[in-house]
Design a protein around this ligand. Structure first.
Ligand SMILES: [Zn+2]
Length: 284
């Protein structure tokens, strides 16, 4: 394969050996790309500064061969770095980590273009860096919109099973939306009034409606969004519990929500882990 250039968001980095770094990029045209940047941890490397988490970069990559698929970064130039304002503000930073981790998981491993997911992720990070909205709400809005972009938009205005128009009070995570009284299976969360409307407003970007929701509605909506995402990803997001929204409050649930089994962390092929004791620098 020939080298290619692309625009990407750095979602994760690992130190490799003495001076190299492995970067994971969510790129516009090549999906998730992992590549080694040589000697970027030396103080005089200009490329190193642009290959940090939260950076938007223009990169030239030589694709890798073999099982690992690990490419090589030939050139990288910064287009936008959102790291400094995010790292300086812990609530914005933890929400930013949720954005990076969710984007990485949703992108999948098939190398398909992800222009919409990349646009949503960079937009959410900009909003966090500029303190435009409460960080927890920005993270929730991103989760819902990124899921919608992946074909997993929760059904909120009718029964997900029979289609009867709502609003319905029961939400069933495994079914992907609200359910009517006739279709209601075991294990539904009972929604506090206003939660379905809050989730719809987050999806549509109606911030006027979102910002007047009560704390109880915001908390439960966050829990529903997270449970819906984790059900689809079939694993836990490590950064999600760090977002300060208070306790996730799934009131009146008649059964515990289905909890996805956490997978072991496996972002790097084993041969690279053996090469160096890789250390993540993104998620605390
Ligand atoms: Zn129904």
């Amino acid at each position: 394969m020939h080298p290619f250039t692309d625009t990407g968001l750095v979602v994760r980095t690992y130190d490799l050996g003495e001076a190299d770094r492995i970067v994971t990029l969510l790129t516009r045209d090549h999906g998730l790309v992992r590549a080694v940047a040589r000697a970027v941890r030396r103080t005089r490397s200009r490329m190193g500064a642009s290959l940090e988490p939260f950076a938007v970069v223009e990169v030239q990559i030589a694709p890798g061969r073999g099982r690992s698929g690990l490419g090589t970064v030939r050139q990288a130039s910064s287009r936008e770095s959102l790291a400094r304002p995010l790292v300086a503000d812990y609530p914005a930073y933890t929400s930013g980590c949720v954005v990076l981790e969710t984007a990485e998981r949703l992108a999948g491993e098939d190398g398909a273009p992800t222009p919409r997911l990349l646009g949503l992720a960079v937009g959410a990070l900009r909003s966090l860096a500029e303190h435009r909205r409460p960080p927890g709400l920005v993270a929730d809005a991103f989760l819902l919109r990124a899921m919608a972009a992946s074909g997993w938009e929760p059904v909120l205005d009718c029964c997900v099973n029979c289609g009867v128009v709502g609003p319905h009070r029961a939400f069933h995570v495994a079914s992907g939306g609200t359910v009517c009284v006739h279709c209601r299976p075991q294990g539904c969360a009972m929604l506090t009034p206003g939660v379905a409307e809050h989730l719809s407003a987050l999806l549509a970007g109606r911030w006027d409606a979102v910002t007047v929701s009560s704390p109880a509605v915001v908390r439960q909506a966050s829990g529903i969004a997270a449970a819906h995402l984790q059900w689809h990803l079939e694993r836990d997001l490590r950064s999600l519990p760090l977002v300060d929204r208070g306790v996730i409050d799934l009131v009146q649930s008649d059964e515990p929500l289905p909890v996805a089994q956490p997978f072991p962390a496996e972002p790097l092929p084993a041969e690279h882990l053996e090469e160096s004791r890789a250390r993540t620098t993104q998620i605390p």
